[in-house]
Design a protein around this ligand. Structure first.
Ligand code: ASP
Length: 319
């Protein structure tokens, strides 16, 4: 049995309000990559580590997700991206922080994992490492989309007018909800029973310079060992303070994956970090819980792909 699950970020408050015009494109991206990579996992031509890396790369290339091209802009209107990847068998890990020019941050993290040491690289040195390893280098402007620039402009206008009304703030929040948060992640169980997890993000719109969320922090946003692989999404600070991904793995030693992940999200929420996670176990469990209005997510299992955004998974979805 093989498993592949992905997420494309969690967010929003209140009841599910249905799909936006952009959502079918996000679903299509997840569906297509799950069908392709799931089949390769099933026939044994892909291992878990490469599967999660390719899955995240495909979502970094989809401009509607907040990773790679289409990442959100920081306080100064620049894109800085974080990513990490972990292999369960030997807990090898690679993590990169504040990349500004690598097209595929997760591939830079993957190269770092394969090199074996160090586990983390930050800033220009990480981009340079990626470039030397063959990861395509692009300009920061190439990574920016009109949608993200418009969101950033709204964020800045609201900041520049301290007298902004609650209604303005609500509008900004609402836009955020409609576009989702968009961080991406993947977890996999391959034909040899090996697990891996990967996560990639542009962070949060208007984040202060130098801010690092949970995504590149091994044990917070990403974790894999010989029993479970986890990728998280949500307000990163709360996932860091609960060591969310690792805590899911520890909980799972004594309870089902469903219960283990629920307890973690229950812990995260009071710290202001409602969100979601995806996890697979070596025994073949797969869970995709979230506490927000939505979480973009999809699962490949036994040749069947299901994708979802709101509370229900859509098994019948065809791109
Ligand atoms: N966890 C990411 C961060 O805090 C954002 C997200 O998942 O939406 O950078």
């Amino acid at each position: 049995m093989v498993l592949l699950a992905v997420h494309g970020g969690a967010g929003g408050d209140g009841a599910w309000r249905g799909m936006t015009d952009a959502d079918p494109q996000r679903l299509r991206c997840m569906f297509v990559l799950l069908e392709r990579l799931g089949a390769q996992l099933a026939d044994g031509s892909l291992d878990a580590l490469e599967a999660v890396t390719l899955a995240v790369e495909a979502m970094e290339d989809e401009a509607l997700f907040n990773a790679g091209r289409g990442s959100v802009l920081d306080a100064e209107g620049r894109i800085t991206m974080d990513a990490s990847v972990m292999r369960g068998t030997d807990r090898a890990a690679g993590s990169v922080v504040a990349l500004t020019q690598s097209r595929h941050p997760v591939r830079v993290a993957h190269h770092l994992l394969q090199q074996g040491w160090p586990v983390m690289l930050v800033g220009q040195a990480a981009d340079d490492f990626g470039g030397a390893a063959g990861v395509e280098q692009v300009g920061n402007d190439w990574l920016k989309t009109e949608l993200r620039q418009a969101q950033w402009q709204k964020w800045r206008d609201a900041k520049l007018h301290p007298g902004a009304t609650d209604e303005d703030d609500a509008l900004l929040d609402h836009d955020g909800e409609e576009d989702g948060w968009g961080t991406v992640g993947a977890v996999a169980l391959d034909a040899n029973g090996q697990l891996a997890a990967a996560t990639s993000t542009g962070g949060m719109t208007g984040k202060p310079l130098g801010r690092v969320g949970d995504t590149p922090i091994i044990g917070a946003g990403t974790w894999a060992d010989d029993r479970v692989a986890v990728s998280c999404t949500g307000v990163g600070e709360a996932f860091i303070r609960t060591a969310a991904a690792h805590t899911t793995a520890v909980n799972h030693r004594t309870m089902s994956l469903q219960e283990a992940s629920k307890r973690v999200l229950d812990d995260v929420a009071p710290l202001g970090g409602r969100g979601g996670l995806i996890a697979v176990s070596a025994q073949g469990e797969v869970v995709v819980p979230f506490q927000t209005m939505l979480m973009y997510r999809g699962v490949y299992r036994d040749g069947v792909v299901s994708v979802g955004i709101g509370p229900d998974m859509e098994e019948g979805f065809r791109p």
